[in-house]
Write a protein that binds this ligand. Structure first.
Ligand SMILES: [Zn+2]
Ligand SMILES: [Zn+2]
Length: 103
């Protein structure tokens, strides 16, 4: 859990009461949201830009049981989406396709 890809990327199970964490200042989990080394998707506005570029691009920081179906984070590699890179060649836009049929 001290690897740079994992360190301070998930909530500590003692997040609500950090003084109860047995690892104290050496804990690899987060006691305060300012410690996070990932983008906190659940704190962002969920507009079309969010669903195009950020939805499911970060592994879930929640350790407690929660509603995974409606969670903005990825929970496994099948769930994970690559981060869309825009440049001069790839002009992705969060616009509906003109052929998309709305019912
Ligand atoms: Zn802790
Ligand atoms: Zn989740």
């Amino acid at each position: 859990m001290y690897h740079e890809d994992r360190f301070k990327t998930r909530y500590c199970s003692s997040f609500e009461n950090p003084e109860q964490c047995v690892y104290g200042p050496f804990c690899s989990f987060v006691h305060n949201e300012k410690e996070f080394r990932i983008s906190l998707l659940h704190r962002k506005a969920q507009d079309s830009h969010f669903f195009m570029f950020e939805y499911k691009t970060v592994m879930c920081p929640f350790t407690a049981a929660h509603d995974r179906l409606h969670c903005a984070y990825a929970h496994n590699q099948q769930d994970f989406r690559r981060r869309v890179v825009t440049n001069n060649k790839l002009q992705y836009q969060a616009n509906d396709c003109k052929h998309w049929k709305k019912f």
